[in-house]
Design a protein around this ligand. Structure first.
Ligand SMILES: [Fe+2]
Length: 175
């Protein structure tokens, strides 16, 4: 018996890469952290854009590149993301003004981790990371976020007794 391997080949498989070449490799979390940290230290580049919204977190994309994107976000006291992933993108965020709190699940020994993230600090994470970021302070906060590859989807989760349970997913059309 012989296998017909040719039948396994998709009919439209390209025999060479497209003219613009293969997609660029994603930036590392460390590189993304440098991007947001440096931007957070240069408020003259974004402070005039910042708005505050009582409806929900306000956000605006500052950079939309092939291999990464950068968002500017403002947080009023009490505003939060809920637990979410980043659709397989790596990411980093820096607090430029104010202070945030980040919740994530550590290993079985650690349970729920709560980190205070004051102005001047940044966090970076890999493609599987899930967290909840919130402004529990008494004043507004402003943050810079970078993702690579650019965000394609985000799933939301509920934290229940057994762990995180995926509840919904959103795409760029919701942003
Ligand atoms: Fe996030």
């Amino acid at each position: 018996m012989s296998l017909d391997l040719a039948a396994e080949t998709p009919p439209h498989a390209p025999d060479k890469p497209p003219a613009d070449g293969p997609a660029r490799a994603p930036l590392t979390p460390n590189t993304l952290r440098t991007v947001v940290r440096e931007l957070a230290e240069r408020p003259e580049q974004w402070i005039h854009l910042v708005r505050l919204s009582t409806e929900e977190r306000w956000y605006q994309r500052l950079v939309a590149d092939d291999d990464h994107e950068v968002w500017l976000i403002s947080w009023l006291p009490g505003q939060s993301t809920g637990f979410h992933d980043h659709g397989g993108s790596r990411g980093a965020f820096a607090v430029a003004l104010g202070e945030l709190e980040e919740l994530s699940l550590g290993g079985p020994e650690q349970g729920l981790l709560i980190r205070r993230i004051p102005a001047g600090t940044a966090r970076a994470f890999g493609p599987e990371y899930v967290h909840d970021v919130r402004n529990t302070a008494s004043g507004p906060a402003v943050t810079l976020h970078a993702y690579s590859p650019p965000l394609s989807s985000m799933a939301h989760y509920d934290l229940r007794a057994g762990g995180l349970v995926r509840t919904s997913e959103e795409g760029p059309e919701q942003w």
